[in-house]
Design a protein around this ligand. Structure first.
Ligand code: URA
Length: 235
């Protein structure tokens, strides 16, 4: 691994812009192998050295983030007309090459994973991985009591596609939780449409055992080491 300038290592990690990195280093906030280093141009090997900013170790390698996707932005890496989820990232995270693992419609809010780990992304979105996604849906008319069994048996969508078994848990007469383990286009909306219901609002609460926690709409949080594996665990 080539040796890199300390300010570049900080900037590449998304911890700060290059200018901010120099200031942090000058102010003694950065340690290399436990020693405060105030030289921005110090050459450091990230494979053998441990760089910390305010006591927190910098990450090298793949990165994983959870975003609270707000309504009105599209799940894409770029779009000519619409604001994308990547536009919501702070500038220092935009250069990490993050892409969304799966998608939420423009008018769906909730949990979205962003990563630059291609293998992980593939695993999350592959139907074979059986990753469970739970949504809270508000519908236009109360259910009639037959839908739970239909969801469990595999709903047949308007175009004849059969969905894998899904869980439907009524919350009250106009709200329910739905858990699916695949990601067909507009799947939850189309499942309700097949039952004659219109989805008014849709929010993804969790993927596997990973939830939004205290995240606010539009913000992101980096997952702790190993936390990204929670998506493969049961709620
Ligand atoms: N199902 C939908 O209909 N929309 C989403 O955004 C996600 C799941």
């Amino acid at each position: 691994m080539p040796q890199l300038r300390l300010d570049k290592i900080l900037a590449d990690s998304g911890a700060a812009s290059r200018r901010e990195a120099r200031l942090m280093i000058k102010n003694g906030l950065v340690t290399v192998d436990g020693e405060v280093c105030r030289e921005a141009d110090r050459k450091v090997d990230t494979e053998t050295s441990r760089v910390c900013v305010e006591g927190k170790e910098l990450r090298a390698g793949p990165r994983y983030f959870v975003m609270y996707k707000p309504l009105g932005v599209v799940t894409a890496t770029e779009d000519r007309y619409e604001r994308t989820v990547l536009d919501l990232l702070p500038p220092e995270l935009r250069k990490l090459g993050l892409v969304p693992a799966g998608r939420l419609d423009k008018d769906t809010s909730g949990l979205l994973i962003l990563t630059n780990d291609g293998a992980y992304l593939h695993q999350v979105i592959s139907p074979r991985s059986k990753v469970y996604k739970t949504y809270l849906a508000a519908i236009d008319r109360p259910l009639d009591g037959t839908e739970q069994a239909r969801f469990a048996g595999g709903i047949v969508l308007g175009d004849g596609t059969t969905c894998l078994p899904a869980e439907l848990d009524p919350v009250d007469s106009l709200h329910c939780r739905v858990t699916v383990c695949e990601g067909k286009y507009h799947q939850v909306r189309r499942m309700f449409a097949a039952c004659g219901r219109h989805v008014e609002t849709l929010h993804r609460e969790s993927i596997g055992a990973l939830t939004l926690g205290r995240l606010m709409p539009g913000s992101v949080r980096e997952l702790d080491r190993g936390e990204e594996q929670l998506v493969f665990k049961a709620r």
